[in-house]
Design a binder for this molecule. Structure first.
Ligand code: FES
Length: 118
């Protein structure tokens, strides 16, 4: 299977905690910067097909040993704007059911270029 490497943007265009949506070949792709690491997701939500990558980059809450909860994974998730499903940007996994995944693409940084491997 051949791999199609496409320059998506420059590293300085996506600050930590931010995303940039680009058109690569026939795909709309969200490029995300999570703590200085770049990741790419197909801009299609696996729930009902909304533009997933236009949603907010956020964290989520997790249970503690007690009755309260704590905020975690800050800036490591994207929340779909349609129905609020939260996806891990690195793995594409839906937090509630990891068997449901947003499509991810491999990313490399070559000099100042963020390269997505379609
Ligand atoms: S379309 Fe994304 S959560 Fe429903």
């Amino acid at each position: 299977m051949s791999e199609n490497k496409i320059i998506a943007c420059k590293t300085h265009e996506v600050a930590p905690g931010q995303q940039k949506i680009v058109q690569l070949d026939r795909f709309s792709v969200g490029v995300f910067n999570v703590d200085g690491e770049f990741h790419a997701l197909l801009n299609v939500c696996p729930h009902k097909g909304a533009a997933l990558c236009e949603g907010p980059v956020c964290g989520t809450t997790a249970a503690t040993d007690g009755r309260d909860f704590t905020y975690c994974k800050d800036k490591a998730l994207v929340r779909c704007a349609w129905h609020g499903w939260e996806f891990d940007i690195k793995s594409g996994e839906f937090l509630v059911d990891p068997s449901i995944k947003a499509k991810t693409f491999a990313v490399s940084v070559e000099g100042e270029d963020v390269v997505v491997h379609l």
